[in-house]
Ligand binder design. Structure first.
Ligand code: FES
Length: 151
């Protein structure tokens, strides 16, 4: 299981912390997150991980739904090119998310709220560094309010 620091409060203007949803493929990126945890590599606790069979399995609507439900940024991470257990799922994912970024720009959302990367099972340090970067980027962008449904 991935190890994180204690989660800070995420409500109130003075205590706002970005919320990041990370979709990780089971075979590489989730194992990389797990390695970061067992290696006790610290990374921000702002990330909530969703384990999927392959990055190619992720429908771009999942990412929009996450943003709609309050995520400030979304990360998709799969196996490196050539390592996908389903041959080319990661390459299909890369094409889908490049198009999604164009769509986000078109509708007025910051495309930087969606990030795509590769992390292998042996790259716990790389996983932690990517989470640091995505959380920092989300912090710079501020709260995502454009797609969030008012209560
Ligand atoms: Fe990891 Fe396809 S199995 S991206």
């Amino acid at each position: 299981m991935a190890q994180t620091q204690t989660a800070p409060p995420t409500t109130g203007p003075a205590t706002w912390q970005p919320k990041v949803v990370a979709f990780l493929c089971n075979w590489c990126s989730y194992a990389g997150a797990d390695l970061a945890g067992v290696s006790r590599i610290q990374y921000p606790p702002n990330v909530r991980i969703i384990r999927v069979p392959c990055s190619g399995r992720i429908n771009p609507l999942f990412l929009l739904r996450a943003l709609q439900n309050g995520a400030d940024a979304v990360l998709v991470s799969g196996c490196h090119p050539g390592d996908c257990h389903y041959i080319s799922g990661n390459l299909a994912a890369r094409r889908k998310f490049a198009l999604l970024k164009d769509l986000l720009l078109y509708v007025g959302l910051e495309p930087e709220r969606v990030q795509f990367t590769w992390v292998s099972a042996s790259e716990g340090g790389r996983f932690a560094a990517i989470i640091d970067k995505v959380v920092e980027q989300a912090r710079r962008l501020g709260p995502n309010r454009k797609l969030v449904k008012p209560l």
